[in-house]
Design a protein around this ligand. Sequence first.
Ligand code: MIC
Ligand code: SF4
Length: 649
Amino acid sequence: MAETLTYKILKSHLLEGDLVPGSPVTIKIDQTLTQDSTGTMVYLQLEAMDVERTAAEASVAYIDHNTLQTGFENADDHAFIRSVAGRHGIKFSKPGGGICHQLHLENYGIPGKTLLGSDSHTPTGGGLGMIAIGAGGLDVAVAIAQGKYSLTAPKVLGVKLTGKLRAWVSAKDVILHILRELTVKGGVGKVVEYYGPGVATLSATDRATITNMGAELGATTSIFPSDENTKAYLQSQGRGGDHTPLAADEGAAYDETLIVDLSNIAPLAAKPHSPDNVEEVSSIGRIKIDQSAIGSCTNSSYTDLMKAAAILKGRSVHPDVSLVISPGSAAILSKLAANGALADLINAGARVIENACGPCIGMGQSPKSGAVSLRTFNRNFKGRSGTSDALVYLVSPETAAVSAITGVLTDGLADVDGLNIKLPAIPPETFRQNPNFLIEPPEGPRSEIAMGPNIKPFPRNTALPGTVKGELVLIAGDNITTDDIMPSDSRLLPYRSNIPYLSGYCFEKIDPGFAARAAAARDGDAGGGIIAGGENYGQGSSREHAALVPLYLGIKLVLAKSFARIHRANLINSGILPLAFADPGGIDILKQGETLSMEDAAKQLDNECIILKTVAGLEIKLANDFSDSEKAMLRAGGKINMIRSELEK
Ligand code: MIC
Ligand code: SF4
């Protein structure tokens, strides 16, 4: 049977299970990546697992999120991660080296391999023909320890690309177009696989922009074939030998298909406050902007920044606009410095900042109150920029650069400003791995762990009790993000290894009274709390803090109309039950403050559906969609408990 590329790679990595969409499977993981804001938990968990060396072919610990170092906390985390990584044969990428996903493409991505990363944008590797999946920290710790990962076998959504993009329209507009078509939950349970004649018109880094932001579709991952453009990219990184051509079989049957004619796409923007709130730049109109930011793991490649530099060369950033550039890697910045593009950017009035996530995760460069900020990033959730009333629009590097000159949101295609900018072809370059940022693990005996005072143990759950009971402490709406559950910005990121401290800020942006209410329910008669939400609960990042902090606050159950993939797994890993309403109207009969109980909890896990009762005896029916291994984890009170008891046996 003609196979999709997704299933070819999954098949060659299958360890357990039947490769049928919807079934639980376990696959071999060839590579792992972590970043620092999820990494401290990964390495604390790894230490709890008694592991010698990484089981993967390549494991890399990147430092790119918390690099402001406004106090000792971030630097202590970096030292901790470096010390644990070194003990287990894991490479270490120093702060300043660049953004994990960009660096992984440059230095380690290999077509046909599997990659598991503790960051939701790990699918960037799909641009090179990898099955690259984002997961919670504990799942990545297990992949480092055991070289495997369990997931639900996905459906494959084939996106057929035809035509060719016009000048001023780029890969970012392609994924924004797809987000408008499919929405932020359109990819749940699916791998998005690209094929068709339009593929050859996109470079490997264009493809990586598209697969990166497939995370915003809620997809398990996204993937492109590996072809001559993939080879050219690997050769430019001095790794031509890592190339293998890969594609779906002719006539492969996709579970669903979408046809995208690249020639018809215009410059697009995702308006506040969701990546799928997409409209043509020309129809949004020439709104005045205050900030334009180019960078992030979505759009910080050499080509992206060279295009921005070409647009800005010999011109000036508008006096009312702050233009900020965060390059994807030291190799890219060094090239821009050598060929003069950096000077073009600086002379135009750009603020060039460190090669790191930076403003994408609110680590600096927060715009002024009520500002309009154009960003080439992937998420524009309310408040993520660090300014709660800022209006963030997600755009391409071309749109961000030209708008920085005009001071208003500008459609470069229309050129109503008469700037007459010709976008040049970017000549191919060669790069070299920078050993001054990438540190190989030391040989010899294991070094001591560097444990700073801000690094606190992570909370552990207890085995599933006879009756799971709690007070309903929050009823939330649809599309609750992990940024809503556990906000992250320059104020809170230094505390990623301190769950007790973070717990005071849980749900802060949408309900400032939540943390105190949950703690009171935990310490009071109810003995715990319950959260209810709408569709796509927990969309966004992979941060398991959005499960560990609720665990610390005594949350026992999360009820929702549907869950985002990574967050659902993180809840189960923490021993918190994510239960989907059997009837979507189920949420309407709930009242905040009432106590709900799941009697005979262990037994109910074997029933077709799960019943919760209110004190008045009203019954709420929830789906029991747990796999056998998920049930075992929930009974044990989380994945770590299960692993520990297996180790003890
Ligand atoms: C993000 O873009 O939201 C992050 C910060 O990279 C997260 C990881 C984290 O919260 O540390 C992600 O995407 O997984
Ligand atoms: Fe970093 Fe932003 Fe990419 Fe997350 S989305 S990895 S914060 S650059």
